[in-house]
Design a protein around this ligand. Structure first.
Ligand SMILES: *Cc1c(COP(=O)(O)O)cnc(C)c1O
Length: 462
């Protein structure tokens, strides 16, 4: 199994190499050269299996000979053991033919734990075998950073630096990043927004002297291993509702296009998915693009679903690569135009995207109303991101095909918005109820690339 860059220039890599390097050296993202197929029989055989066994069967064909079956099974078991629910990703019913996939039972209460817990164990196993160490730098709108810190804290072969936009993450998100006391963990509050953090990270990867000097590794949603981990729950949920004998649809609250891209991969592997619906908040560049209005950046408007306050969705490049017939030069050209502000899609590419994805958006008022309405009709208390999904799902679901909306975070991670909408202050699960009492440790840093690089160079373990 080989991985190729969406810009077509960087060398092909193995799974292990693609995982450890993150972003390709030509600025592109790694994708598998071919997508492994699951037959109807393979999918039918998933019925009744544990989440871990399902994960093993879905991901095994992608990892090549990086790990033996026994090693890979042990990695998966360790990754999901800290979850607070035996099913890992349970489905609950909201309405006739509408289901919620609860992805918030991991250690930091957001779906990012599914990928990050696995990546922590994969990195540890691969680096220990190589006798190597890496510096992980991540940019976060809140949930990636907390999940990464939780997954990598205390690992002996890794230093972790997380860039987050100062004042633009929720208090629970911030505390999850600033309260772990392990010396290999560094939370950096940047005077900028998420797109600034993400741009700084991209620049660090494109500075080869810095990149090689600190042995930079990336665990943002650009890392292929993260996308792969997320493919699993599309299968587990669909099989619970009758796949492969019955089609299902999914609605996915979307920011960086990572989670929805995993659904697209599941469909390419053979899972019968009817609709894949992209749900955005008021930062709706993806919805506008899929509606034929081109892909043009605007200012980011802070919202009550901050993990989706994104203008440039990094994983969108992966689907553009397919939409342009896997032509790396065409993708490079588009990304150059994006630096200048944006681009229009070719007719063919827009047609490809519209065949694969539907889309919708939710305003702030609609999001709040959906939290209140869903609580009244089903007793389920949604986080604002999940509410964006439920609102858009309601516009796309049909009587024939079950709709599964991904619930991406626990309501207690965003208590202010949830309380505003519902009057209920959602409590943290007991296992983390002392979060507000733990001491914080954070460094405030200017939105200045040189300052960030100096800090990182000065704080990696020697
Ligand atoms: C990251 C995140 C999203 C967006 O996911 P993408 O993979 O970036 O599209 C949605 N909701 C929550 C709670 C998140 O943390």
């Amino acid at each position: 199994m080989k991985y190729v860059s969406t810009r077509g220039i960087a060398p092909e890599l193995s799974f292990e190499e693609a995982m450890l390097s993150g972003l390709a050296r030509d600025g592109g993202l790694y994708v598998p050269s071919e997508v492994p197929q699951m037959t109807r029989e393979d999918i039918a055989a998933l019925a009744g299996l544990s989440y871990e066994e399902t994960a093993f069967r879905i991901m095994r064909p992608f990892i090549g000979d990086t790990f033996t079956d026994a090693e890979f099974r042990a990695i998966i078991d360790r990754a999901y053991a800290p979850f607070g629910h035996a099913a890992r990703a349970p489905l609950v019913q909201l309405d006739s033919n509408h289901f919620l996939l609860e992805l918030f039972h991991g250690p930091t209460l957001a779906f990012k734990d599914f990928a990050m817990q696995l990546i922590g164990q994969l990195f540890q196993a691969a680096l220990a075998r190589r006798g190597d160490r890496v510096t992980i730098v991540g940019a976060t709108s809140g949930d990636t950073g907390s999940a990464a810190i939780e997954a990598f804290k205390g690992l002996s072969n890794v230093d972790v630096f997380i860039l987050f936009p100062h004042g633009r993450v929720s208090e629970v998100q911030r505390r999850q990043m600033t309260t772990p006391g392990e010396a290999n963990v560094h939370a950096l509050a940047v005077d900028g927004d998420f797109d600034d953090c993400q741009a700084a990270l991209k620049d660090m990867f494109n500075d080869f002297e810095f990149r090689d000097g600190v042995k930079l590794a990336g665990v943002n949603s650009i890392n292929w291993a993260r996308v792969l981990a997320q493919v699993v729950y599309y299968f587990s949920a669909a099989v619970s509702l009758g796949a492969p004998h019955r089609e299902v649809s999914f609605t996915v609250p979307t920011g960086n296009f990572g989670d929805i891209f995993a659904g697209y991969v599941a469909r390419q592997m053979g899972l019968p998915i009817d609709r894949l619906v992209v749900a955005t908040n008021q930062n709706d560049i993806l919805h506008r693009c899929l509606s034929g209005q081109g892909y043009y950046k605007g200012p980011t408007h802070p919202s009550i679903s901050p993990s989706m306050d994104i203008q440039v969705s990094s994983n969108f490049e992966r689907v553009l690569f397919d939409a342009y017939g896997r032509d790396g030069r065409a993708v490079s050209q588009l990304m150059e135009e994006l630096r200048q502000g944006g681009f229009d899609l070719s007719q063919g590419a827009l047609g490809y995207l519209q065949e694969n994805f539907a889309s919708g958006r939710a305003s702030e008022e609609e999001t709040l109303a959906t939290i209140a309405g869903t609580l009244a009709s089903s007793t389920e208390l949604l986080c604002p991101h999940s509410a964006v999904g439920v609102k858009v799902a309601n516009e796309h679901r049909t009587a024939e095909v079950p709709m599964i909306t991904l619930a991406t975070a626990h309501p207690a991670k965003f208590p202010a918005a949830v309380e505003q909408a519902s009057g209920i202050h959602p409590p943290l699960p007991p296992r983390m109820s002392d979060l507000y009492d733990r001491p914080e440790r954070v460094t405030r840093i200017a939105n200045d690339l040189a300052a960030m690089k100096d800090y990182i160079r000065g704080h990696i373990a020697k």
